[in-house]
Design a protein around this ligand. Sequence first.
Ligand code: GRF
Length: 203
Amino acid sequence: MIRLAILASGSGSNAENIVKYFSHSDAVEVAAIISNKADAYVLERAKYLRVPSYVMSRADMVGTDKLLNLLRELKTDWVILAGFLVLLPESIVNEYDGKILNIHPSLLPKFGGKGMYGDKVHEAVVAAHEKESGITIHTIDTNYDQGTTVFQAKIRVEPLDNAEKVAQKVHALEYKFYPKVIEDMILGRDFERVVAVEPIGKD
Ligand code: GRF
């Protein structure tokens, strides 16, 4: 079995979706959910999903080898970031070179970078009168939301859409595509790299 560790800082709806997706897989399993926030709802989800969970402070994650050691102990093959707000240290990025995936709720390089997370992304998209938004799945390096894009999916932003509406559409893309792209990447399958789910206007 190929073992995943999911790192999440918040609600964890993507983490739950990924756990459920792989629960019947005979090739991939979620070995653990790791959070930097002791009160993150993702830890409740880990309990009812019966996935082992671990909490470690941001300081321990970035300033010590504790996280790297935990990933090694868990025999982690791939690291999956799902709403994880800590910039991983170089030691981990190097050890899991090309095997750390992140999802960002915009079409990077637009609306990415430090401080651009959660609703802030969707608010910025609406404020900029963007005609489309979407998700980017990418491998990570030591900068926020950089690395190599492996997949993007787009939705149309309608003139009357508010940030909440855009968030809703983008979340739907995340649930639909993240587990599948993770699986395709891990198994080395070919897959379509850019998908327009709703028709995107020419203007
Ligand atoms: C998602 O929008 C993801 O793209 C971003 O953080 C959010 C996490 O949501 N990186 P959840 O915790 O999975 O519900």
